[in-house]
Design a protein around this ligand. Structure first.
Ligand SMILES: [Zn+2]
Ligand SMILES: [Zn+2]
Length: 368
């Protein structure tokens, strides 16, 4: 595990190189170059043919000896390998020959996530990300790669929040797997500390709010987690009174720290759920449950008028990427722009807190 982890972290840090617009690392291996292309396609929310082709090429590179790849580059026979096409071969050839891949240059530039000047003030204040997924549930990257990227984009911590068991389509974690994940997070943290980095992976889960308002995890396990996000993923069209009751139950739970993507809307595809936002946000303020500003471009949840209401009712907020891949960790600017547009008080955003203060805040909310 140690070696694997070291590799993961090294590659992950490589992924961050283009972030600040710095020069290309000429020592980049074909694997690192392909990973960086995939990272950029992820942040551009490109999930189609291109992303699949590069993911497939990455598999091939990882399972083919480096000497064979170099030989094939010399003989121009890379495309004879099943899973390597014209674009992916070009990236590999450039990397092997020590050039910045042309394709990578293009995708770096075209996938950059824009942010307004006002939004940048919020982004600069963020120290972490409280909602993100890994290959433990439906994410595309392992915990250590998510951590390395979060570190590379300047975070001090991230909360690993994979799905709970009820969300079977997302390969949600039952208690046994969550327990294994907690062990892995401890190992990742040990490796990060051993490498001299000041960064922490906090434990957590995106727990389903069940139809009756109960949570999809036992109290015993909820207690073990640093930060708990609770979200509605099923029966989104429940009638207003029932949905309100359901959400109030979850928000009032001493274990719940963040209410995830509260309306459940999918822009252009699914309308927001119907619930009494005055009641739910008033309870969020009362029980110290932060209202998430979800940054996924298809969610951008809550809608702006609900952000206004949550400010008015004195809620806490958390600006979270809900990333399912390393590149998506770069989506926080989308939420920062929305927070800036509505003047969310920066001192009410829990992920502007240092990790220790965030943990103290969650304990306080657990005691409330
Ligand atoms: Zn969710
Ligand atoms: Zn999520």
């Amino acid at each position: 595990m140690g070696v694997e982890l070291g590799l993961g972290l090294g590659l992950g840090l490589g992924l961050g190189l283009g972030e600040a617009g710095e020069g290309y690392d000429l020592g980049m291996t074909p694997e690192a170059a392909l990973l960086r292309v995939i990272h950029c396609l992820d942040r551009a929310h490109e999930t189609g043919f291109k992303a699949k082709a590069f993911t497939r090429a990455l598999d091939v590179i990882r399972t083919t000896p480096a000497a064979e790849i170099e030989l094939r580059v010399a003989k121009n026979s890379l495309q004879e390998l099943d899973g390597i096409g014209k674009s992916t071969a070009a990236v590999i050839i450039d990397a092997v020959e020590g050039r910045e891949p042309e394709y990578l240059k293009k995708v770096e530039a075209s996938s950059r996530v824009d942010i307004t000047l006002a939004g940048q003030v919020y982004r600069d204040a963020l120290r972490g990300d409280c909602h993100l997924h890994s290959t433990w549930s439906d994410g595309g990257a392992p915990v250590e790669a998510m951590a390395a990227t979060a570190m590379a984009i300047g975070h001090e911590y991230m909360v690993q929040t994979d799905h709970s068991a009820r969300l079977t389509i997302a390969h949600g974690l039952n208690e046994e797997r969550l327990s294994e994940q907690l062990d892995q997070i401890a190992e990742v943290n040990a490796a990060i500390a051993a490498a001299g980095h000041d960064f922490r992976v906090l434990s957590g889960m995106e727990v389903d709010i069940l139809v009756d308002g109960s949570l999809d995890l036992s109290d015993g396990m909820l207690k073990r987690l640093d930060v708990v996000v609770a979200s509605v993923h099923s029966k989104l069209r429940m009638d207003k009174a029932q949905m309100t009751e359901r959400m109030l139950m979850a928000v009032a739970s001493p274990h719940v720290d963040i209410l995830g993507h509260c309306t459940g809307r999918m822009i252009g595809k699914r309308p927001p759920s119907d619930f009494d936002a005055d009641d739910v946000f008033a309870a969020c303020a009362q029980f110290n449950t932060a209202v998430e500003i979800n940054c996924r471009p298809e969610r951008l949840d809550p809608p702006l008028e609900l952000i206004d209401l949550a400010i008015e009712l004195g809620c806490w907020f958390s600006i979270d990427s809900d990333a399912h891949a390393t590149g998506q960790l770069e989506w926080q600017p989308l939420g920062c722009d929305r927070a800036a547009a509505r003047n969310v008080p920066i001192d009410r955003i829990i992920n502007t807190l240092p990790a220790e203060d965030l943990l103290a805040w969650t304990r306080q909310s657990a005691a409330a």
